[in-house]
Design a protein around this ligand. Structure first.
Ligand code: ZN
Length: 358
């Protein structure tokens, strides 16, 4: 049983939209509103774990037969991990898949009978938290759906897009992501393209949050030099504790802290364990160690959660979204007090999004 009252969580990253069906969509996929034992997140498990809302990513797989599917990239059982960089995907394919996923979330909101609401401002997220409505922020994990002239960016904004990962772990018109490598530095390739620089400025202008998780180190520093908004790494951990390309070096952590930004702790065991093994039998304490490291280095105001539910192997002891309070209890046991836990659980995300959105 929880030793403290349930603290509502706003979580920085899930891939659930790719795992559920809605409306007349893919009926082979599970329903968001029926409790499932599959994957990590649905409405019931969100309630059980105190999940008040989150950033719902739209991730576009490579078209069938054109490059590795994300699921195939997730089982490094060898000592070192050295995946090649995934190939770029086609813009038209990505735009179609992204529009479908946005439609799926809008349909889920309609089917929810008031239980789920798409959030486009922080007042709405706070209102949802107070009323027990699950909030969902639309995020694109990689900007392939946006044309390089940025003509469609405003259209996606009007559809509710409020957060954009410039890249997933592959190249696109704007930047290049990190291949999954361990042990390895995140400095794996070139920085932002001219279109990437224009994208940063345009997102600043519209008030779309830019997410540097998956971006390589040169791209990170390009964004840091250019952006007027706090730096956000929605689902990454400390490279000092798990030296995988997806994690943040001390210098990157410092820059995020100095910008007033936030790091969302990723529950993926491969980004937590010192050996990066994809082993679900990983104690929640490994997550607390990253939390403590980041909080000690850049301050607890810059630490939040970014579970990667439905996108990664997470510790068995958390299990799924219903185990979220177990994460907070473990953080409490390692010395974070109640006020700090509330910041980590949702206040830091709300502050950064308020500072970013117009
Ligand atoms: Zn990701």
């Amino acid at each position: 049983m929880p030793t403290h009252a349930i603290i509502p969580v706003f979580d920085g990253h899930n891939d659930t939209l790719m795992a559920v069906g809605a409306g007349k969509g893919d009926s082979s996929k599970r329903s968001f509103f029926e409790r499932s034992a599959e994957g990590h997140l649905d409405y019931s498990r969100a309630r059980e774990g105190g999940l008040a809302g989150g950033i719902f990513a739209i991730f576009v797989e490579a078209p069938p037969g054109q490059g590795p599917q994300m699921s195939s990239l997730k089982a490094p059982d060898t000592k070192a991990m050295d995946f090649p960089l995934a190939p770029a995907i086609d813009h038209t394919w990505a735009q179609d898949q992204t529009l479908r996923a946005v439609g799926r979330l809008i349909t889920l909101e309609k089917e929810s009978a008031g239980r789920l609401r798409i959030g486009t401002d922080v007042a709405a997220l706070e209102d949802c938290l107070a009323q027990g409505i699950l909030s969902a922020v639309i995020h694109c994990e990689g900007a392939e759906a946006i044309d390089s002239d940025l003509e469609s960016l405003e259209a996606f904004y009007r559809l509710g897009l409020r957060s954009l990962g410039i890249v997933w772990s592959r190249p696109n018109a704007f930047a290049e992501g990190v291949p999954f490598r361990f042990p390895h530095s995140p400095d794996t390739g070139p920085g932002l393209t001219d279109a990437g620089r224009a994208l940063v400025r345009a997102c600043n202008g519209l008030g779309i949050a830019l997410d540097v998780s998956h971006l390589n180190e040169k791209g990170f520093w390009d964004v840091a030099a250019l952006t007027e908004a706090p730096l956000i790494a929605s689902h990454s951990n400390a490279h000092a504790l798990c030296p995988v390309t997806r994690n943040l070096t001390d210098r990157q952590l410092d820059a995020i802290g100095e910008s007033g930004g936030v790091v969302g702790l990723n529950f993926a065991v491969g980004f937590l364990r010192p050996d990066a093994q994809n082993n679900p039998d990983t104690p929640v304490e490994r997550l607390a160690e990253h939390a403590r490291y980041i909080a000690d280095r850049i301050g607890v105001d810059h630490l939040a959660l970014g579970s990667d539910f439905d996108g990664a192997t997470i510790p068995q002891a958390i299990g799924d979204a219903s185990g979220l309070q177990k994460v907070l209890e473990t953080l409490a046991a390692t010395g974070f007090d109640e006020l700090e836990l509330i910041k980590i659980a949702h206040q830091n995300w709300f502050r950064v999004l308020r500072d970013t959105w117009k």
